[in-house]
Design a protein around this ligand. Structure first.
Ligand code: NI
Length: 293
């Protein structure tokens, strides 16, 4: 049964202008209605249709604000620092970070939202999940996002021996390399737990600075998308590093309002490496810099 014809027929029969239709047009419309009615099992029974799986609901929000930062270096020097929870920068730059992926559904949904707004984020991925969803990580890298090492199995590293810590870093680095051919540039410890001694070891052996955060919306407790968005909007200041988890669908649900809200407040999104690369000298530091003779 052709339902587009049926809709035409229905609209024609409700149309007060029907009287103006040609006799042939009216006959066609009523014939269509009659054939549809004859095909249904009981008069007045709802007509069954097959699902239209290719249809996408259009966005009602209209155009979204766009992030515009131009070309920025992501090369930071190894002596920039060993641990960062924020970076002193001159400008309204912030880094959005997403932990515990890649996730087969939530991460691609988030990537769509970021792409619409021209935002590059940093993803702290679990090596084990990279092995399960390498295609999601390939897309993440192909779309210009940065990858960080979040260990291979997401254990609390501060409880592990040095050799176990090395193994967690190495296996995640290898998984990212196998999937994408790239090497992570920074690391974030699961639960934020890493001893100072371990941070130095990882920095010396892998070149990763330890990246913590300045804004934590506690999104993993699933407080609802609007709470996640308002906590991030309240807590974010220039140079900030925002912690979120693309593992949770609620966090991804919160992102359109969060990202648009931050853009409207004038923040510019960069990756963690770009943020570290633009690290400014603290006030007074330049006076103490004696030029080498
Ligand atoms: Ni984590």
């Amino acid at each position: 049964m052709d339902h587009s014809l049926q809709r035409i027929g229905t609209s024609l029969s409700k149309n007060p202008e029907l009287g103006k239709l040609s006799r042939r047009g009216f006959m066609l419309a009523t014939a269509t209605l009659a054939s549809c009615k004859a095909a249904s099992t009981a008069p007045g029974a709802p007509v069954k249709t097959s699902p239209n799986t290719s249809y996408r609901t259009p966005s009602l929000g209209g155009p979204v604000p766009r992030n515009n930062v131009g070309n920025l270096s992501s090369n930071f020097s190894k002596d920039s620092g060993i641990t960062f929870s924020r970076v002193l920068v001159s400008g309204n730059y912030i880094a959005m970070t997403f932990d515990d992926g890649p996730h087969p559904r939530n991460t691609p949904r988030l990537l769509d939202m970021l792409a619409m707004r021209n935002i590059k984020a940093t993803f702290y991925v679990i090596g084990r999940s990279v092995d399960l969803h390498p295609g999601v990580l390939r897309r993440t890298v192909a779309e210009g996002h940065e990858i960080g090492n979040h260990s291979h199995t997401h254990r609390l590293l501060s409880k592990l021996s040095d050799s176990e810590v090395r193994k967690e870093m190495q296996l995640c680095q290898d998984a990212v390399g196998r999937a994408t051919g790239i090497r992570p540039s920074t690391m974030r410890p699961p639960y934020g737990g890493l001893l100072q001694r371990q941070r130095k070891l990882i920095h010396a052996e892998f070149g990763y600075p330890t990246i913590l955060w300045s804004v934590d919306p506690l999104d993993w407790k699933r407080p609802g998308p609007s709470v996640v968005a308002s906590r991030i909007l309240k807590g974010t200041t220039a140079g900030g590093i925002v912690l979120a988890h693309d593992l949770h669908s609620q966090t991804v649900d919160a992102m359109p309002a969060t990202l648009d809200g931050l853009l409207k407040r004038g923040f510019k999104f960069v990756t963690v490496s770009q943020l570290i690369a633009m690290k400014a000298e603290p006030p007074g530091a330049q006076a103490s810099n004696v030029p080498a003779s």
